[in-house]
Each structure stands twice: as structure tokens, then as C-alpha cells.
Write a protein that binds this ligand. Structure first.
Ligand code: SF4
Length: 479
């Protein structure tokens, strides 16, 4: 058991220590589950005649077909967890669970630590956006890393998916790695590293575009990895447009760092082609996303182009988002920078993004100046002490017996209770003044010092705590 826990598939290359046998087993389990979630009727086939079903997909030597039930059904998993001692659990189940846990751990570490920008203003702004998203998006926020920086090498996208969450328009321009462009690109990367620090390397080189639309994606992402010290995560919807290219790219990037990449699978036919071209081990670090309606596990989020109703959407994700950035999206093709953060998709925010700001740049030096001015204009460490604090529209505050309760969308509640140091009454008085409206932090502190002799530090403590929690409108919201 301990030995198993030491085996890892992901992590920095020199830390990855999974044996070939371990990887082969996890990759086979992953592939079997991919057939289950993407091929209609395949799960029944697997449960009724496992050996035949596995042989048909080239996994006739899978060590323990019976154990798959534990991975396929919640009831079976719960039964197994109760009845089977950990050391007796089938090895394939333990290994696959470990593999999934590694991915979740890595995602959580990115959100909490790796994606935090070096610039203090940017870091404080991102923290507020992340906390706001807990209120507005609930558990959906757990899967958002809020990367501070993303690049795009093209304007628009050649694929035109009917469910496109960012509603990408048709392909217009592509940034090419000419000598001048490459120099500008490398200089921009250096600026980002300087301002954002290691967190600059946590993003991607695609957003509202298809990465492989850029013929120089390989060269440009190699520069990214050289300068930022990290491989950008790639998700492509055209893995099979030139499968040799895709395979070669993934292999080259693996030599630098093992990272989770993704293929958006747009049809059953493409799935079969992917499975025929790539071995299970070659896709161990590549997630396959079932993006076609017949797939049993397909769930289109109602966001972006999917709001138009052309594809059936998952009603449980009615107001979702697919945005993963709380920061800058730099489009190299049109030389623009937009400042974006996720929010629930609605009529005012159809793509599930708040567009905070958007500016253009002319060259690398101008990029540095524009980036700094966008940070200075939109990101404060603390809310200005002389400007009124304004609650966001979806937030209310109510008093409780022992403090206050923050109420948000869809039943969100956060209770703040008083204690010996900061009594419940101080929370209540502070909330009353916030709700009165048009009062700045200094107004609130001054009034409470006069009316109830409140210590200024305690009132600021409450206001800062609420501010970090993402309940106030950002200063840019008033522009
Ligand atoms: S989902 Fe991705 S590949 Fe499809 S249209 Fe949108 S940006 Fe392009």
C-alpha cells in the first residue's frame, strides 16, 4: 500500500516514479472508462461479457475485469469501501483512484498556490475573484484554477463547435513565428514573468481559439516553456486533423514536463480514430472530453453558443461557466489584452465571463506599459478607504442571534459569529452601516468609534475580511 502511494504519474519529470507496469494498468483502466462514458451501450456490453468487450478494444489482458464494477457504480464503490479492507482492494482500483487523486491534488495546489501572481495588487484582486466565485458558482468553483495569464495565437477559431462556451467566431488571423514576432513574443513572456512571477506559467496558449490552428504552436510554446519554466496545458478539438503532429507535440512536451492535456472529442467516429491511433499509454496524460450528444456522459454547459439551444444542455449546470482565468488573456494575433474573470452565464454575461477591461498594444515595450496600467487601474490591494463600499447586487446581509449572515445566489450562506475579541454586536453595527449605503470604510469606522466606542482596528478587520470575501463591487464596477 505504501509502495503504491509512492508511485506517481504526474508531477515534475524527475519526481515521476510510476513503474511501466503501473502506468500500463492505469492507462488501460482509463481507456476502458473512456469507452464507457463515450460509446453508447458499451457499459452494458462490458458488464454482460467483460472478456469479449475488453478483447474487442485490445485490452484482453486486463488483469481484473471484475474490479471495474467498483469504478463504474457508486453503489458498488460504497459496498466495496465498506466490505473490502484497503489492503485487499483490487490493485487496479487502488491505482486508478490514486491517479485521479493526483490530478485533483495538482489542480487544488494550482488554484491555492501556483496561480498566485507575484504582483501584490494582482494577487489581492485574484483572491477576491476566487472568493466571489465560491459565492456565485458554488462547487463549480472547485474546478477553476483562476490562472492569471493566458495567451491566444489566433483571432477566432476554425472549428466552429455548436456548444462553444466562449462563442468563438470564425478564424480571422493567426500569429506566426516570424523573427520579429518571435522577438516580441519572447520579450512579452519576460515581462509577464517579471510582473506575475512563476504563476505566469500556469496558463495555456489558447482560450477562445483552437491551439493547433497556429502552424507555429510548437515553436511558440517551446519559447513559453523556456522562458516561463512550465509547459502550457493544451486542449485541442482537432487532435486528428494531423495526428502525427499531435503525437509528436505531446511527446516533445513530455520531455520537459508531464502535464494533463485534453482532446475535445467531437464525434464517435473521431473517438474510434483516436483510440486506433494512440495507445492507452500515449493518452495517459490526455483527458478525452465527450463533446458529442450521443456520448452517455456528455454534459454541455449552457454557456456561450450553447445558450442558443442548438445543442441540448445540462440543466443542472444552467448558469455555469467554462472560464478558468482570473487575469489577462493576451491575444498575440490582434495585439490585445483583456482582463477577465468567471461568473455565472446569464443574459448579461452569456459566456460566463466578466470582461473587466480590454486594451491594445503595439509592441513589447507598449505591452509592458499597458499591462502595468491595467493592473494599476483595476486592481487594488484593499478597497479605497475614502470611497463608498457597495455590496454586489446578488448579496445581502442579515443579522443572526450571534453575528451576521452573508446571503448570495441559490441559497449561499456564510455565517460570521462574534467572539470575545470582536463581539456579535460589532458585526451587526458594521453590517447596518454597509447596508445603509454610500459609506466609505473611514465613514463606517468613524461612526462606530463615535456611537459605540468601537476600536478602529476591529472595524477595519471586519471590513477587510468582508472585502477579501468578494462581497463588494470592485472599484472598476463603478466606471
Ligand atoms: S470549443 Fe474550442 S474548438 Fe470549439 S469553437 Fe470554441 S474555441 Fe473553437
Amino acid at each position: 500500500m505504501d509502495l503504491l502511494m509512492e508511485e506517481r504519474v504526474f508531477g515534475k519529470l524527475d519526481e515521476v516514479n510510476a513503474s511501466p507496469e503501473y502506468k500500463k494498468n492505469v492507462a488501460a483502466t482509463k481507456r476502458i472508462l473512456e469507452y464507457v462514458v463515450m460509446v453508447p451501450g458499451w457499459q452494458d456490453k462490458l458488464l454482460n461479457s467483460p472478456l469479449k468487450a475488453l478483447a474487442e478494444i485490445g485490452l484482453g489482458d486486463y488483469p481484473d475485469p471484475d474490479c471495474l464494477k467498483i469504478l463504474l457504480s457508486r453503489e458498488e464503490a460504497e459496498r466495496a469501501n465498506k466490505e473490502i479492507k484497503l489492503e485487499d482492494m483490487p490493485l487496479s482500483v487502488l491505482r486508478y483512484r490514486n491517479f485521479i487523486r493526483e490530478k485533483f491534488q495538482s489542480r487544488d495546489e494550482m488554484a491555492a498556490k501556483d496561480c498566485v501572481p507575484k504582483d501584490k495588487r494582482f494577487a489581492a484582486w485574484r483572491t477576491r475573484q476566487r472568493n466571489r466565485c465560491w459565492i456565485d458558482l458554488g462547487m463549480r468553483n472547485a474546478s477553476i484554477i483562476h490562472t492569471p495569464l493566458i495567451f491566444e495565437f489566433s483571432l477566432g477559431c476554425s472549428v466552429g463547435c455548436p456548444f462553444c462556451g466562449v462563442a468563438a467566431q470564425g478564424l480571422k488571423t493567426v500569429f506566426r513565428a516570424t523573427p520579429e514576432n518571435r522577438q516580441m513574443w519572447q520579450d512579452i513572456l519576460r515581462t509577464c514573468k517579471e510582473v506575475i512571477g512563476p504563476a505566469a506559467g500556469t496558463g495555456t496558449c489558447y482560450y477562445a481559439c483552437e491551439p493547433l490552428d497556429c502552424p507555429d504552436y510548437e515553436v511558440l510554446t517551446a519559447d513559453y516553456a523556456d522562458i516561463l519554466g512550465a509547459v502550457p496545458q493544451t486542449t485541442t478539438a482537432v487532435a486528428m486533423r494531423n495526428p502525427e503532429r499531435t503525437k509528436k507535440y505531446l511527446e516533445a512536451m513530455r520531455q520537459r514536463e508531464i502535464k494533463v492535456h485534453r482532446f475535445s472529442v467531437l464525434s464517435l467516429d473521431t473517438l474510434h480514430k483516436i483510440m486506433a491511433f494512440f495507445t492507452p499509454e500515449e493518452l495517459l496524460d490526455v483527458e478525452l472530453l465527450p463533446q458529442f450528444p450521443e456520448a452517455p456522459d456528455n454534459h454541455f454547459t449552457k454557456v456561450g453558443r450553447a445558450r442558443a439551444g442548438e445543442v441540448a444542455t445540462d440543466e443542472t449546470q444552467e448558469d455555469g461557466t467554462i472560464a478558468c482565468v482570473s487575469g489577462f488573456v493576451v491575444n498575440m494575433a490582434e495585439k490585445s489584452i483583456r482582463l477577465v474573470t468567471p461568473c455565472p452565464s446569464d443574459e448579461s454575461h452569456p459566456t460566463g465571463e466578466i470582461f473587466v477591461d480590454r486594451r491594445s498594444f503595439t509592441d513589447a515595450a507598449d505591452f509592458a506599459a499597458v499591462l502595468e496600467s491595467m493592473i494599476a487601474d483595476n486592481m487594488v490591494i484593499d478597497f479605497p478607504r475614502t470611497e463608498p463600499l457597495r455590496l454586489r447586487e446578488t448579496i445581502t446581509i442579515e443579522e443572526t442571534k450571534d453575528g451576521i449572515e452573508i446571503l448570495g445566489r441559490k441559497g449561499f450562506k456564510l455565517r460570521l459569529t462574534g467572539n470575545d475579541d470582536i463581539p456579535a454586536e460589532l458585526y451587526k453595527h458594521t453590517a447596518q452601516l454597509i447596508l445603509t449605503g454610500n459609506k466609505s470604510p473611514y465613514d463606517i469606522v468613524g461612526e462606530l468609534m463615535t456611537s459605540i466606542n468601537a476600536p478602529a482596528a476591529h472595524v477595519f478587520f471586519i471590513l477587510n475580511k468582508l472585502g477579501r470575501g468578494g462581497i463588494f463591487q470592485e472599484p472598476y464596477g463603478s466606471k
